[in-house]
Design a protein around this ligand. Structure first.
Ligand code: PRX
Length: 656
């Protein structure tokens, strides 16, 4: 970013005066406090933000680094913090969740009602023999029941693992097997864009694939009531399970380090990893970032559009806003149904004041709005908005400006929040009443987070020079382990290259030469970010080659895409002669469907290119850089003299 390109947006005087963190001096004071007394800073906040059953006396334990422990001798319960505590402080009748279904029907629950519902589910789970430490997989679409199911697990000390409803039976099976879960909580169907899509039958399919012997029960929430199969002795309706249950359930107090949840995410190699989060440290950061980054106040209506199947939905739907006693929106469906004005209409109807979404959604809604005034934000009353947020991928300055002007009316700050499944909550982000904004930059680290940019040897690089994003000190909400694979945890996040001393985020970054603002330059490993969804190229390659009757070899790369940020481009060598025309199209479709079945529709390659071989060096290494150029449609100017088979470059030019 050259200086001339920088356009600063300063917080308005009013926003600044009213904010939890008001002005850069207040931000700096927090940063300094953490610098002076790192443990004291986090301990103070952990005491202020959370209710502890047993107060902690130890703050950070680094004895077995990088397996850090925070607040380890304290006990608490996440569900108590999110529900009971709010009822006890007089918020029982306050709306906790406003749920809008795909068809537009609205259901609201108060804190008291959500507590009752959660307690009944918790008692139901207990009656199935689920106890502290057991794992429960949740495969459900967006609903109050989904949030309550997560809270219910937390209430009894069961570790939940939510699997996004778009994942296939095979992916679900892999996650069930890896967690060794005792139960799955699902729904009969999910509804998206007016269509009823199966959930329960996919659970059946997943279990039938084998390896899910740990599952004793499948609990089914009724969403549409259309017929489904129920296996006697294993499957139960949620209604029936909870009907006779007591409306109160004493929380199970757990140690701060007790695993609150596992959430699977893609890495650069192998199968998805089960990111393990703690209870105390995680909940602290969920609550604190909701308070400071979103500046959440008592009368706000907060809307995070993420799905609870992703970490954003965990932290900024199920835990953060509820821990603060906020009112939030939960929505089912897609932003483009019944039309691309759905988000704007919902903001208008529910008087949303804080809106948090992904750049992909913004980019697709820009296209729709530019084509049709009726779904342009200007056709709605968005005056209730006071703050906007962005997450999941870099937001390009043009989309930022549009979001700022047309959605935020030029008056709402945008918090561009950089973080990851592994970090539990925001890492680098503006604070709305303090940080001057620069479109396209996530600005500065959250107070207490010691992010920096280093070179390959772990040495900090000067501002203005690109490098590898790392975090110097452990922080409370960091990943604790990869479920069942501590070696992979160490290798992935605390590599030997940095002497095991730095947390490796997996992203590149550059700090602005003048003010040190961070800009994320994208993943430095083989992880793609498609519509804000994280996917490993190796996972997609494995899915393609598992189509053994057709595929001999496959290589997957990302290419830039105007709407989805990145798009998946697969290069495939078939076990049959090179197809052309309609035949090639039909095979490409077959392969996409196969990947959809293996992983889920989100992993289907947008582009498929066939070749009799892949470009390789004489030592047999696939030249991925070259594939990336081809995927982008660039003219090949690179030196191809080391290529073993230059002729195939011509074949790979055709996209199906
Ligand atoms: O590459 C970064 C990108 O998303 C990755 C994390 O993906 P996931 O674990 O699925 O979590 C997404 C929601 C937190 C990061 O490694 N990313 C996330 N937020 C941003 C971002 N890239 C640029 N700017 C962001 N604000």
């Amino acid at each position: 970013m050259s200086e001339a390109d920088i356009k600063l947006y300063n917080p308005s005087a009013a926003a600044q005066a009213a904010a939890h963190v008001s002005g850069m001096a207040a931000y700096q004071a927090l940063v300094d406090e953490a610098e002076r007394d790192y443990e004291g800073y986090w301990a103070r906040l952990a005491r202020e933000m959370l209710a502890w059953k047993t107060p902690f006396t130890k703050v950070l334990n680094s004895d077995n680094s990088p397996f850090f422990k925070w607040f380890e001798d304290g006990t608490l319960n996440a569900s108590y913090n999110c529900l009971d505590r709010n009822v006890e402080r007089g918020l029982g009748d306050k709306t906790a969740i406003i749920f809008e279904a795909d068809g537009g029907e609205v259901t609201k629950v108060t804190y008291s009602e959500l507590l009752t519902k959660t307690s009944q589910i918790a008692n139901g789970l207990k009656s199935l023999g689920i106890v502290k430490g057991d794992r429960v997989v949740i495969y459900i679409s967006m609903s109050i029941d989904g949030v309550a199911a997560m809270q219910a697990c937390a209430r009894i000390g069961a570790t939940h693992s939510v699997v996004f409803g778009g994942f296939s039976a095979q992916s679900l099976r892999d996650r069930i097997e890896d967690t060794g879960a005792k139960a799955v909580i699902t729904a009969d169907f999910q509804v998206r864009g007016g269509k009823q899509l199966a959930l329960k039958s996919i659970v059946d399919e997943a279990i039938a694939l084998g390896g899910c012997e740990s599952i004793r029960n499948v609990v089914v929430v009724k969403r549409t009531g259309a017929p489904i199969n129920m296996t006697a002795g294993r499957d139960l309706w949620m209604d029936e399970l909870t009907a006779g249950q007591s409306t109160t359930c004493e929380p199970t107090w757990v140690e701060a380090e007790h695993p609150l949840f596992l959430l699977y995410t893609s890495g650069s190699t192998g199968k998805p990893k089960g990111v393990q989060h703690s209870t105390g440290g995680y909940l602290l950061h969920a609550a604190l970032t909701t308070k400071w980054t979103f500046d959440l106040k008592a009368d706000d209506v907060f809307w995070c559009t993420a799905d609870i199947g992703w970490v954003t939905g965990h932290t900024y739907i199920t835990y953060g806003p509820l821990a603060l006693g906020g009112t939030e929106i939960v929505f089912e469906g897609v932003p483009t149904y019944p039309d691309a004005g759905r988000f704007w209409k919902m903001i208008q109807d529910h008087k949303v004041s804080i809106f948090y979404t992904a750049p992909t959604a913004i980019r697709s809604l820009i296209k729709a709005a530019e084509a049709n005034d009726a779904v342009h934000p200007k056709s709605y009353d968005l005056s209730s908005l006071r703050l906007l947020g962005s997450v999941g991928e870099p937001i390009n300055p043009a989309a930022w400006e549009w979001y700022h002007l047309h959605v935020g009316g030029g008056r709402c700050p945008i918090v561009d929040t950089f973080w990851q499944t592994e970090t539990g909550g925001h890492m680098i982000t503006p604070l709305p009443g303090a940080t001057p904004l620069v479109p396209g930059s996530c600005t500065l680290p959250f107070p207490g987070i010691q992010a920096t940019v280093v070179d390959e040897t772990g040495k900090e690089v000067p501002w203005g020079q690109g490098g590898i994003l790392v975090v110097k000190k452990p922080w409370p909400s960091m990943i604790r382990n990869i479920w069942g694979d501590p070696e992979r945890f160490k290798k992935s996040y605390y590599p030997e290259d940095f002497k095991g001393q730095l947390y490796l985020a997996g992203d590149g970054a550059i700090r602005d030469a003048k003010n040190g603002y961070f800009t994320i330059t994208g993943r430095i490993d083989d992880v793609l970010n498609v519509s804000g969804h994280r996917m490993g190229t190796m996972e997609i390659e494995s899915a393609l080659v598992s189509c053994t009757e057709l595929v001999a070899e496959a290589a997957v790369v990302g290419r830039p895409d105007d709407t989805t940020g990145e798009a998946i481009c697969a290069f495939v060598v078939l076990k049959r002669p090179l197809p052309v025309g309609d035949e090639a199209k039909a095979i490409a479709k077959q392969l996409r469907d196969h990947v959809g079945k293996e992983i889920g529709p989100i992993a289907k390659p947008k582009d498929i290119r066939f070749g009799e071989n892949l470009p390789k060096t004489r030592s047999g290494k696939i030249m991925r850089r070259l594939l990336r150029s081809i995927a982008k449609g660039e003219t090949i100017t690179q030196d191809t003299s080391t290529l073993e088979n230059p002729a195939i470059l011509g074949q790979l030019g055709q996209n199906y």
